[in-house]
Design a protein around this ligand. Structure first.
Ligand SMILES: NC(=O)C1=CN([C@@H]2O[C@H](COP(=O)(O)OP(=O)(O)OC[C@H]3O[C@@H](n4cnc5c(N)ncnc54)[C@H](OP(=O)(O)O)[C@@H]3O)[C@@H](O)[C@H]2O)C=CC1
Ligand SMILES: CC(C)(CO)C(=O)C(=O)O
Length: 339
């Protein structure tokens, strides 16, 4: 089958390599050094799902119509990538594998009469260098949509043959559950350390626990029923919201254990490391926006958004004390007077 992967970075490069390994004809879109590296040496896959060099076709935009398209850009790049390739993918089933809660609505505004399927990757992958991706944690990709579109079964059959997938009939709930998991993204991006190292730090673990509790409160006030994802469930997260921090912090510790030992920078720190803008406005920023809409205060998520934007701007990582001070409203960021 002809499959297109639009924005084949860590997640998309992994999926593209797995599809090519299974015999599909794969065209990917990419940019800059990464595009050149794929053109000259294919996508080099490593890590939990084996070693493979996938000689895929790579271009800045698609050059032919696929039978299935998979969009794997960061959320902030999705609308532009969809528009650039719209003439090739309109009417073809399109899967958008992306964190956040806006993947399907963004695509729907651009591709009106197209089957859209949302995807949530529970595996972790790193773009180690141009052309080379590594799967750091194995995990299923959840597929679903809530707008009555067809296509989920079709996508499950194609992707399920090459990687673990699960379908969900409560995809909005799955997106919110993943958004709670993605509370882990901000701290590595602010500190420059892995998700596992961040959770191991007790002060940062407390910040993470409190931000997760805040996010769960927003979801509940927004009428969300969480989906069973990665050991989480509606009942568990509702209970977690009410627990004292000393007990609630067991959840981040379980998340760390599930991630395994290979350091996972998370996708947000990887953007910072490449000098790019991050997706933070679509992660903790989405919690702040939803909290505003339902009248639930979100000071911790707002502080994390501010700090990630600060690191994007300055390139300087912060330590736990500075983060805790910002979260508690005690940080002095006054610039020293010019000499
Ligand atoms: N990495 C992970 O472990 C996980 C990531 N996710 C989610 O999956 C999504 C993808 O993340 P990830 O793979 O890490 O991101 P990456 O940044 O590694 O990959 C996205 C790729 O899309 C490229 N791109 C963006 N816009 C265009 C365009 N218009 N045309 C061509 N290429 C384009 C980017 O290029 P450039 O670098 O030049 O911008 C980049 O190579 C995100 O929503 C993320 O949150 C979910 C679970 C795990
Ligand atoms: C859960 C996590 C951190 C896995 O890598 C992720 O979704 C991301 O990196 O965006």
């Amino acid at each position: 089958m002809r499959v297109a992967v639009i924005g084949a970075g860590a997640v998309g490069g992994t999926i593209a390599a797995l599809l090519e390994r299974a015999g599909h004809e794969v065209e990917v879109t990419a940019r800059g050094d990464h595009l050149e590296a794929i053109r000259s040496g294919g996508i080099r896959l490593g890590g939990a799902w084996g070693e493979h060099v996938a000689p895929v076709t790579a271009n800045p935009t698609l050059t032919k119509a696929p039978e299935l398209a998979i969009v794997t850009t960061k959320a902030l790049d999705a609308a532009a990538a969809l528009r650039e390739n719209a003439d090739w993918i309109r009417g073809v089933p399109v899967v958008i594998v992306q964190n956040g809660i806006r993947s399907i609505s963004t695509a729907r505004a651009i591709l009106r009469h197209t089957d859209l399927v949302g995807g949530l990757a529970m595996f972790a992958a790193s773009l180690v260098e141009p052309g080379r991706v590594a799967v750091t944690t194995s995990g299923a990709t959840y597929l679903g949509n809530d707008d009555g579109g067809l296509g989920v079964d079709y996508v499950v059959s194609v992707l399920g043959a090459v990687m673990p997938v699960k379908s969900s009939d409560n995809f909005a709930g799955a997106q919110w559950t993943k958004l709670i998991v993605n509370q882990i993204n901000a701290l590595p991006a602010i500190t420059g350390t892995s998700a596992q190292a961040t959770i191991a730090n007790s002060a940062l673990r407390e910040v993470l626990t409190r931000s997760m509790q805040e996010a769960v409160a927003v979801a509940i006030a927004s009428g969300i029923r969480f989906e069973k994802v990665q050991g989480l469930s509606n009942g568990l997260l509702r209970l977690f919201r009410r627990l004292p921090a000393a007990i609630a912090q067991l959840l981040p510790l379980v998340m760390r254990w599930r991630m395994g030992r290979v350091p996972n920078p998370g996708s947000t720190l990887q953007s910072i490391q490449r000098g790019h803008k991050t997706e933070i406005d679509f992660l903790n920023g989405a919690i702040v926006d939803a909290g505003t809409a339902v009248g639930v205060p979100t000071p911790i998520n707002a502080a994390l958004v501010r700090l990630v934007h600060e690191v994007e701007r300055t390139g300087v990582f912060l330590d736990a004390a500075e983060i805790v001070a910002e979260v508690d409203g005690r940080r002095n960021t006054t610039e020293p007077p010019a000499a």
